[in-house]
Design a protein around this ligand. Structure first.
Ligand code: GDP
Length: 296
């Protein structure tokens, strides 16, 4: 995973390092550094902040100019914020299952992510049930059923066009009755309008909470969508209380700076990153490992 991340993101990190390692850090160099940070989708304000910090810490005229790699590593880790709690809350209290609600627009990678999370939890000896509440896309239900078979967990589904809330209800009911640790609910991502989304996800959440606590609301975002992804993220965060972000397709995007931008935008941590289409291509996000992959 680390190699794949370095492959996609490494150009950015190594490019920065090469610029900062120049003998003379002139204005042109600082401008190039700023451009690189902006191109990676870090955002304007954070870019300014990190450039200011780097300038202060790497003044070449000063006697105590730091080692560029160490200083850059330090600044990038600060930017990603290593203090955020990125653990997934997957179990409930009082013998009830934890419920992980997975939201995001179609195509972001929700269904794939649900399958991958199930696989991780099963490997950690958790019992898992999946709810196929993306009932508007028959393909999504089939896709989730395939993941269920692959991972060896039960998938609760309804006929095409069933009310998503009723599938979510049945999935959690099954989880409660069979003392499952975690129910993961895939949802529909039709971003038709904010009110529609609010009504739909609100109802899904309410029917779940009649039976067991929603312990995580994971927003799945496609890292390749840039600013557009950030706008979607804002809409979802206004509709449900997002507790964590899953950034998918980081393998296919050189714009790892979106990690920084989306955390700032929503004030919640990136908890997982998707690095491919395969079952093992999902990793817990770690600020230090991420920055190390960037710097190569
Ligand atoms: P959904 O509509 O949000 O449920 O999205 P899907 O789970 O169906 O995923 C849409 C497409 O993105 C599929 O072709 C997935 O295989 C692909 N995909 C999902 N996550 C990743 C990832 O981390 N990396 C790559 N390269 N592709 C991904």
């Amino acid at each position: 995973l680390r190699e794949r991340l370095a492959g996609a993101q490494g150009g950015f990190g190594r490019g920065l390092l090469a610029l900062l390692s120049r003998d003379r850090l002139d204005e042109d160099t600082w401008e190039s550094i700023e451009d690189l940070l902006l191109t990676a989708d870090i955002g304007v304000a954070p870019t300014q902040q990190v450039v200011d910090n780097l300038r202060t810490r790497l003044r070449v005229d000063g006697a105590e100019a730091g080692d560029p790699r160490a200083v850059l590593r330090d600044e990038l880790i600060k930017l990603v914020d290593p203090t955020m709690d990125r653990r997934l809350q997957v179990t409930g209290a009082d013998g009830k299952p934890g419920v992980v609600l997975v939201v995001g627009v179609n195509g972001a990678g929700k269904t794939t992510t649900v399958g991958k999370i199930a696989r991780i939890l099963v490997a950690e000896d958790h019992s898992v049930t999946l709810g196929a509440a993306d009932t508007f896309r028959a393909a999504a239900v089939e896709q989730l059923a395939t993941w269920g078979e692959r991972v060896g967990v039960e998938v609760i589904r309804g006929p095409e066009g069933t009310d998503p809330a009723s599938v979510a209800f049945e999935a959690v009911k099954h989880g409660v009755e069979t003392s499952i640790d975690t129910v993961i609910v895939d949802t529909a991502g039709r971003l038709q309008n904010k009110q529609g989304l609010m009504d739909e996800l609100g109802k899904v959440k309410r029917v779940i909470e009649k039976q067991a606590p929603v312990t995580e609301v994971l927003l799945v975002l496609d890292a390749t969508t840039g600013q557009n992804g950030l706008i979607q993220a804002r809409v979802f965060s206004e509709v449900v209380d997002v507790t964590g972000i899953v950034l998918t397709k980081l393998d296919g995007s050189a714009k790892g700076g979106i990690v920084v931008a989306v955390q700032r935008e929503l004030g919640v941590p990136v908890k997982l990153v998707g690095l491919g289409e395969g079952p093992d291509d999902l990793a817990p996000f770690d600020a230090g490992a991420f920055v190390d992959a960037l710097l190569g």
